[in-house]
Write a new protein. Structure first.
Length: 503
């Protein structure tokens, strides 16, 4: 079984569903992270409530003592006010009375010596925090706040000197004029924890409901948004599927909005146009090849039929010569067609050799047959011109250019080879009638002839220049027709290969 089959069973194939699932999973991760952070932050903030309540109660008690008012016992936070020289507490409340009902104070009194000013915690007034042990109850009744056995709790306290109070306040509080008062406030962590737990539970429930609703909305919005966004893609797919080889002119509709779908539609239309052009070129090539093959076959067949019909009046050597000439033409055409087919397949070339293009052009100029016409073929080169590639293909490229020049030249053909920076430039110039400017590119098309007045026997197959340009491109070069006042000049530019001494 394929390893990807189990994944295909559960993973949806629809892009809409995949995108919706991915967006929902991503949103779920984000929401869970935010919920976790909110949960812990709310719990932390709520846990500080008890400490804040204790600080507020301590400050209120100190202000009451400074005004000579005895604090009331009713309080949400346990507190106790003690003084030097007193066995009983000056005031207590918030549950401290349950520990020791007025017989003596629970928390220690300050020393009789004057104390330095308490430290300032940065809140604008001074107090001290210290863990202290709250004694156990004397009876067996449990007390929810401190527990049956008491325990150690953080206690906030602040000192008030009686000599800084008015005489009326000292008398109302029942302390000596030189006494030192200390206000204790007990922090109950479990009270803050209960509040924090209550708040966080409520917050978690609301976050869970909001998260579930958000995930459903995100999944739905993503699904329908992707569905709407993919409608042009579906239209492009349907229209592209209708394109066939018999009717390749169909084109997709390009959306007016300039987004990615517009670029996709434009690219598909461009690709379809290239395919249409390639199909048309292939049909034209097949038709031209059939036409080129039909002409020599017709001539050959007619010559043989006439010779067979009138054998006694036939000049058999002339008939054989005609048949051989047409057969050679068929052979050249077949070889050119096969060579073009190999070039069209883009078969990778073998390991390239370093070829001296100047030496190759000189040898071709010396060996080229010019006996049938009074032409002069010269080659001008000043230095070696190394290029990388196949020697046979370079020779065929040059021969095609010279063949084309020989068919049109009046008296002279000039080949020049020179090095120009990192390029080798070769030109083949003839003194013939030249090529009209509007046909400068058309002559490189297959089966194109500008010399319609010439016979096909003398005018060639119309594939030589097309093969030459394809070979130039195969070797990462260019072949163009450069304007000249007299005749036609073909310029071949190839990358210059490093000479053996330069490697």
């Amino acid at each position: 079984m394929n390893a990807t089959e189990p994944r295909r069973r559960w993973w949806p194939r629809s892009v809409r569903v995949r995108t919706a699932v991915a967006a929902t999973v991503a949103a779920a991760v984000i929401l869970v992270t935010i919920g976790w952070w909110v949960h812990h932050d709310v719990y932390r903030q709520s846990a500080q409530i008890a400490d804040g309540q204790a600080q507020a109660q301590l400050r209120s008690l100190v202000e009451q003592l400074e005004q000579g008012v005895a604090p009331v016992r009713r309080s949400t936070v346990p507190y106790e006010v003690v003084a030097t020289g007193r066995r009983a507490a000056v005031a207590y409340g918030g549950g401290m009375e349950e520990l020791d009902p007025g017989t003596r104070h629970v928390l220690p009194a300050p020393p009789k010596a004057e104390l330095p000013a308490p430290p300032d915690d940065g809140a604008g007034w001074g107090y001290t925090t210290r863990p202290m042990r709250i004694p156990a109850r004397h009876d067996s009744k449990p007390w929810d706040r401190f527990g049956e056995d008491g325990g150690i709790y953080p206690v906030l306290y602040d000192d008030v000197r009686a000599d800084e109070l008015s005489s009326a306040a000292v008398a109302a509080l029942g302390v000596a004029a030189d006494a030192q008062l200390r206000v204790y406030v007990v922090v109950l962590p479990h009270a803050g924890a209960d509040i924090a737990e209550t708040i966080t539970k409520a917050t978690d429930r609301r976050l869970l409901r909001a998260g579930l609703v958000s995930l459903v909305l995100i999944a739905a919005v993503t699904y329908f948004a992707v569905r709407i966004a993919l409608r042009p893609v579906e239209a492009i797919r349907v229209l592209t599927a209708s394109v066939t080889a018999n009717d390749p002119r169909e084109r997709v509709t390009v959306p007016a909005a300039g987004h990615e779908i517009t670029a996709l539609a434009t690219t598909i239309n461009t690709t379809l146009q290239r395919l249409d052009n390639a199909a048309a070129q292939q049909r034209r090539f097949v038709a031209d090849a059939a036409h080129e093959l039909r002409s020599p076959l017709t001539t050959l067949l007619a010559s043989l039929e006439v010779a067979l019909a009138y054998p006694e009046r036939t000049d058999w050597p002339a008939a054989a010569t005609t048949a051989a000439r047409q057969t050679r033409r068929l052979q050249a055409l077949a070889e050119d067609l096969l060579f073009l087919a190999r070039l069209d397949t883009h078969t990778p070339a073998a390991d390239p050799d370093t070829v001296d293009l100047a030496s190759l052009a000189s040898r071709l100029a010396e060996q080229y047959p010019l006996a049938e016409r009074p032409l002069t073929l010269t080659c001008d080169s000043t230095a070696p011109a190394p290029v990388s590639g196949n020697p046979d293909e370079y020779e065929r490229l040059l021969r095609n250019l010279v063949d084309n020049a020989a068919r049109h030249a009046a008296r002279r053909i000039q080949i020049t080879v020179r090095n120009q920076d990192d390029r080798v430039v070769l030109t083949v110039h003839d003194d013939g009638p030249g090529v009209p400017t509007e046909d400068a590119e058309r002559i490189f098309e297959r089966f194109v002839r500008l010399d319609d007045a010439r016979s096909r026997d003398q005018g060639g197959t119309g594939l030589g220049l097309a093969i030459a340009r394809d070979l130039a491109h195969r070797h990462r070069g260019t072949l163009t027709l450069t304007p000249r006042t007299l005749g036609a000049c073909f310029e071949l530019r190839l990358p210059r290969a490093p000479a053996p001494a330069e490697k």
